[in-house]
Design a protein around this ligand. Structure first.
Ligand code: ATP
Ligand code: MG
Length: 420
């Protein structure tokens, strides 16, 4: 084993690319924060039972992809494969839903773990930003979330994404459809695994990516034809609100999504530049999830956007985010006295909110200036014995290359003025 190698299916985020990840997380979070969503953070692992019940025993996530383990104390835990079940668990545990201000609107950001076959855009450790609106049944809430995700992607400069939209019905109409679909599927030529799936979660069979399966699904009954009037009206309102907001979407009656808990509105954001891992995010309404994990009825809706794939989508579109240089001022001391003086100035600059860095390791002028360049700093301050004897430091404009002496006592005010 090479000890300097990250585990299979994982990768490290390092500068400068890591700055893009931070910017993507921030861009997704900003519209949520501005729309009444509060930040929630839950543990990286939960009791395995939460996901088994909440995500669904018949999903790939639970049956194949979960990092489940038993602790020395005998607790059965799992690294979180997704965020919704945990966030709902946390809200129920803290009784947020009893405080008379439904919906409880929360957003989160973090690492998720799935034991998958690693490939481009599909990792065993990945990162999501998500949002959940818990405890209200209102098409405007479904629309709000889709609009906010659209806004986030657009603010990043993404253009080549599409929004796929569908309704999965509710506890009135879905069971009728489920049975019709099961009757259709049972007559097909399918493997044992898929046959079992027909009995547990037949809608997932529609989601099967294999050609051999897709070919047989031609005449399958479609949920659209089974939606009850309430679900139809609800879905129509979501569509109207999105249209009124100028958010383009495509009706996709085959969109069922991989999780068991979705009801009514489901949606996915797909990007053309990602090959087969085209989903950059997805979500939907999960009116039954609270009861599935032992809580009261709490109709809710949410989404999770994949940060890794969003970064890949940006790269595919050739979008360069406008990320300001981390360092504004770089200090280059030549000699011990200069080290003392410039280190003091750097400390003062930082206290004043100016991003500043320092040439460490007693480098000579040439090496230190190379680092100053690399830091992206707009200005360098350089001082040697002779400058200090004159009571000045050299202030160098890294763009124009011009340099002028500035009295030590004025450096701070001068730089603050220059940097605005
Ligand atoms: P897929 O169909 O690609 O497996 P999913 O339906 O399993 O996606 P969700 O559970 O809806 O994905 O998660 C939301 C988002 O999280 C996805 O759209 C994707 O951007 C990201 N995501 C999910 N699994 C992975 C993974 N293994 N690696 C990287 N990103 C992922
Ligand atoms: Mg998946």
């Amino acid at each position: 084993m090479n000890t300097f190698q990250a585990p299979k299916g994982t990768y490290d985020l390092l500068p400068p690319r890591s700055a893009t990840f931070l910017a993507v997380r921030e861009a997704i979070a900003a519209p949520l924060r501005d729309s009444g969503y509060g930040y929630v953070e839950t543990p990286g692992f939960e009791n395995v039972e939460l996901f088994a019940r909440g995500v669904g025993e018949s999903t790939d996530i639970v049956t194949k992809e979960m990092y489940a383990f038993e602790t020395k104390g005998g607790d059965k835990l799992a690294l979180r494969p997704e965020g919704t079940a945990s966030v709902l668990r946390a809200a129920l545990e803290a009784n947020l839903h009893r405080q008379g201000n439904l919906p409880v609107k929360l957003w989160y950001s973090g690492s998720y773990y799935r034991y998958e076959q690693p490939q481009a855009g599909r990792y065993r450790h990945f990162s999501q930003v998500g949002a959940e609106a818990i405890g209200a049944e209102d098409p405007a809430l479904d629309a709000e979330l889709i609009i906010l995700a659209d806004q986030a992607y657009r603010s990043l400069g993404l253009r080549e994404f599409r929004i796929l939209l569908n309704s999965l019905g509710d506890k009135e109409c879905r069971p009728v459809y489920r049975e019709a679909l099961q009757n259709f599927l049972r007559d097909l030529d399918l493997d044992d695994d898929t046959r079992r799936r027909i009995e547990i979660n037949p809608l997932r069979v529609l989601d099967d990516k294999r050609d051999a399966v897709q070919k047989q699904l031609g005449g399958a009954p479609m949920l659209r034809d089974y939606l009850c009037d309430a679900c139809k009206a609800y879905h129509e309102q979501v569509r109207e609100l999105l249209t009124a907001a100028g958010v383009a979407f495509e009706d996709d009656e085959k969109l069922v999504r991989g999780l068991d808990y979705y009801t009514r509105t489901t949606f996915e954001f797909v990007h053309g530049g990602l090959g087969s891992q085209s989903a950059v995010g997805g979500g939907g309404r999960y009116d039954g999830l609270s009861e599935m994990i032992g809580g009261p009825a709490l109709p809710s809706v949410g989404w999770a956007l994949g940060v890794d794939r969003t970064v890949l989508a940006l790269e595919a579109e050739g979008v360069e985010l406008d990320i300001p240089a981390a360092t504004s001022v770089y200090a280059v001391p030549l000699g011990d006295e200069a080290r003392r003086v410039l280190f003091g100035i750097v400390t003062d600059l930082r206290k004043a909110g100016v991003a500043a860095d320092f040439s460490y390791g007693g480098k000579g002028l040439k090496g230190a200036m190379k680092n100053a360049n690399r830091s992206g700093a707009r200005y360098a301050i350089v001082a040697g014995e002779r400058d200090l004897a004159d009571g000045v430091v050299q202030l160098k404009d890294m763009e124009s290359g011009e340099q002028e002496p500035v009295p030590v006592a004025e450096v701070l005010t001068r730089l603050r003025a220059l940097l605005g």
